[in-house]
Write a protein that binds this ligand. Structure first.
Ligand code: AHR
Length: 519
C-alpha cells in the first residue's frame, strides 16, 4: 500500500481551503480539543494483555523452552518478546481464563522434567506439561518490563490452595513456602500487581450465582494475606455482556473488612460479528454487512461500561473500585483446518478498527476503567502476533497498539466532534468518526481518529492547531491482513499535515486510524 505523505496532500488542499471559509468547507467534520479541562489519567494498564494456556497462546507462540533452536531467553522467544516490548505491554494476565479455574499452582513449580502432565480439558483436550508455571511467568513479565496479573483458582481449588500460592509468591522471611520458592530459584518475593479471585464464575469458573460467588469471594479473600508492601490489587470475577447484576451485587456485598481486600471487578465482552456464537463469522473474506456489524457490536462496549458503572456508582460513589475489562476483542470462527479448541484466527484491518474504537471508549471511562486485557496476546483470538514455527508476523491489532502507546498514562482531554456523519449500510448505521484526545506524559497533545466508513475519506478540520504529525493505518481491502508470505501488507505509515489560520485540515482515508501529535 502506498500512501502519499499527508503533508504533500495537505499542501494540495491549501489552495482549495483558501477558497473556503477559515473554518473549512461546510462539509468538514470539526474536531475541538478542550485543553483547559483535563480529565482522568488513562491508566497504562488499559493497554494490558492476556496470555492463557490455550492453543499456541503460550506453548510455541511465546514459550519454546531453553533447548529450542528458536532463539530464546530462558525459554521465552526473543522475537516475540522483543516485539511485545516495543508496544510497552504494561500488564499480562495469566494463566486464564477458564484454564485458571482448573490450574493448580503446585503443578508448575520445581524441576520441569518432574512436573505432572495434565489434560487441558477446556482447550482442545491437549497435554499440559506445566513447563510454564509461576517462575516462568514472572520471568516473562520481567523480560517484558510488565506487571503481573495472576488469576487464582476459585472454581476447583480451595481457599487454602489459593492462600498458599500467594504466600509462595510474596512471603519473605522464614515461611516454608518462601523457602520452597528460594529452593526453586527465586530468592526475593515475586510481586503480583493484581490477583484475580476466580474467572467467569457465572460460567466455566463454576456456574455460580452472584450470591454464591460473593460468599466464596468473602471467604477466600479473608485468607489472602500478603506482606503490606507486596499486596496486589484483588479483582473479583464480574459479569459479561448485558448482565449488570454482577457489578451491582459484588459492589454492594463485598466489603473490605478484617484485612480482606477488594479493589475491583472484572468484566468480559467479546465482539462477535453476527452476534451468534454458533456461527460467529469469518476473520477474513467477510462482506460489508459484517464490517459494519462488527464495528457496531464493538461500539456497544460504551453502553455496557456505562450501565455497569452506573451500578457500581450506587454503592461506590467515590470510585474506589476499578472496572476492569479483562477479556475483550474479536471472536470469529476458527481458521479452517485448525483445532476448534485453539481459537486461532486471522487478524485484519477490521481488528485494528475494533482496537481503536475500544481504546477511544476506554479512555472516555478512564475514571473507572483502569485495566483491560485484550484476548489474547499471541496466536489466540484477537492476537498481537501470529507465529508459525520460527516465523512471526505482527497483526494489524499489534500496529494499532503501537500507534496508541502515547496514550499510556496520558491525561484524557475532552474532545468534541462537530458535524459528525453516520456511516450507513441498510438499516445499520454508526458514527463515521470516533475520536479521543489526551495530554501525553511527554506534555504533547495526542489525537486518535477513526474513520469507520469503508468507502469514503473524511474531510476533517482540527481546531487550534498548527501542525499534526503521527501515523496512519489503512489498506485497500476491509479484510487486508498480514500473512507469513506477505507480512507487511498492513502497517502504519507516516501521516502529517501543516495548518493555516490556526487549524489543520486533513483528509482521513476510508477505513483508517490516525494517531497524531497536535501542535
Ligand atoms: O479467552 C478465551 C476464553 O473466553 C477465556 O478462557 C474465558 O474466560 C472466556 O470465556
Amino acid at each position: 500500500m502506498h500512501f502519499m505523505k499527508q503533508s504533500l496532500f495537505a499542501l494540495g488542499l491549501l489552495a482549495a481551503a483558501a477558497t473556503a471559509q477559515a473554518g473549512g468547507t461546510a462539509a468538514d467534520i470539526r474536531i475541538v480539543i478542550d485543553t483547559a479541562k483535563p480529565g482522568p489519567v488513562i491508566n497504562k494498564n488499559i493497554y494490558g494483555q492476556f496470555a492463557e494456556h490455550l492453543g499456541a497462546g503460550i506453548y510455541g507462540g511465546l514459550w519454546v523452552g531453553p533447548d529450542s533452536p528458536i532463539p530464546n531467553t530462558r525459554g521465552w522467544r526473543n522475537d516475540v518478546v522483543g516485539a511485545l516490548k516495543a508496544i510497552h505491554v504494561p500488564v499480562v494476565r495469566w494463566p486464564g481464563g477458564c484454564f485458571a479455574d482448573e490450574y493448580h499452582w503446585r503443578d508448575g513449580i520445581g524441576p520441569r522434567e518432574s512436573r505432572p502432565v495434565k489434560v487441558n480439558t477446556n482447550w482442545g483436550g491437549v497435554e499440559e506439561n506445566n513447563a510454564v508455571g509461576t517462575h516462568e511467568f514472572f520471568d516473562l513479565v520481567d523480560q517484558l518490563g510488565a506487571e503481573a496479573y495472576v488469576n487464582g483458582n476459585l472454581g476447583s481449588g480451595t481457599a487454602q490452595e489459593m492462600a498458599e500460592w500467594l504466600e509462595y509468591m510474596t512471603a519473605d522471611g522464614k515461611s516454608s513456602l518462601a523457602e520452597l520458592r528460594r529452593k526453586n530459584g527465586h530468592e526475593k518475593p515475586f510481586k503480583p500487581a493484581f490477583f484475580g479471585v476466580g474467572n467467569e464464575a457465572w460460567g466455566c469458573g463454576g456456574n455460580m450465582t452472584t450470591q454464591h460467588y460473593t460468599d466464596l469471594y468473602n471467604q477466600y479473600a479473608s485468607f489472602l494475606k500478603t506482606p503490606k508492601e507486596d499486596t496486589p490489587q484483588f479483582i473479583a470475577s464480574g459479569g459479561h455482556d448485558d448482565d449488570t447484576a454482577w457489578s451491582d451485587y459484588l459492589t454492594a456485598h463485598i466489603h473490605e473488612q478484617w484485612n480482606m481486600h477488594f479493589d475491583g471487578i472484572s468484566f468480559h465482552y467479546y465482539t462477535v460479528p453476527t452476534g451468534v456464537w454458533q456461527a460467529k463469522g469469518k476473520a477474513t473474506g467477510f462482506g460489508e454487512d459484517q464490517w459494519i456489524s462488527t464495528l457496531n457490536n464493538t461500539l456497544r462496549m460504551d453502553t455496557l461500561i456505562r450501565n455497569n458503572v452506573a451500578q457500581m456508582d450506587k454503592h461506590d460513589p467515590k470510585k474506589k473500585l476499578s472496572f476492569n475489562v479483562d477479556e475483550w476483542g474479536t471472536w470469529y470462527d476458527v481458521e479452517p483446518g485448525t483445532n476448534a479448541g485453539f481459537l486461532y484466527q486471522q487478524n485484519s484491518l477490521r481488528d485494528a478498527m475494533v482496537v481503536a474504537l475500544n481504546f477511544n471508549i476506554f479512555h472516555a471511562h478512564a475514571d473507572r476503567v483502569r485495566m483491560t486485557n485484550i484476548a489474547q496476546m499471541v496466536n489466540v483470538l484477537q492476537a498481537m502476533i501470529l507465529t508459525d514455527g520460527n516465523r512471526m508476523i505482527l497483526t494489524p491489532t499489534y500496529h494499532a497498539y503501537a500507534m496508541y502507546v502515547p496514550f499510556q498514562d496520558a491525561t484524557a482531554l475532552p474532545v468534541t466532534i462537530e458535524h459528525n456523519r453516520q456511516y450507513k449500510l441498510g438499516a445499520a448505521g454508526i458514527p463515521e468518526i470516533s475520536a479521543s484526545a489526551a495530554r501525553g506524559a511527554d506534555g504533547k497533545i495526542y489525537l486518535a481518529l477513526v474513520n469507520t466508513n469503508p468507502h469514503d475519506a473524511a474531510q476533517i478540520t482540527i481546531a487550534n492547531a498548527k501542525h499534526v504529525g503521527g501515523k496512519l493505518l489503512t489498506a485497500d481491502a476491509m479484510d487486508a491482513h498480514n500473512s507469513f508470505d506477505h507480512p507487511q501488507e498492513v502497517k502504519p505509515v507516516p501521516f502529517d499535515a501543516e495548518g493555516s489560520a490556526g487549524q489543520v485540515r486533513i483528509k482521513l482515508p476510508a477505513k483508517a486510524i490516525a494517531v497524531v501529535a497536535v501542535e
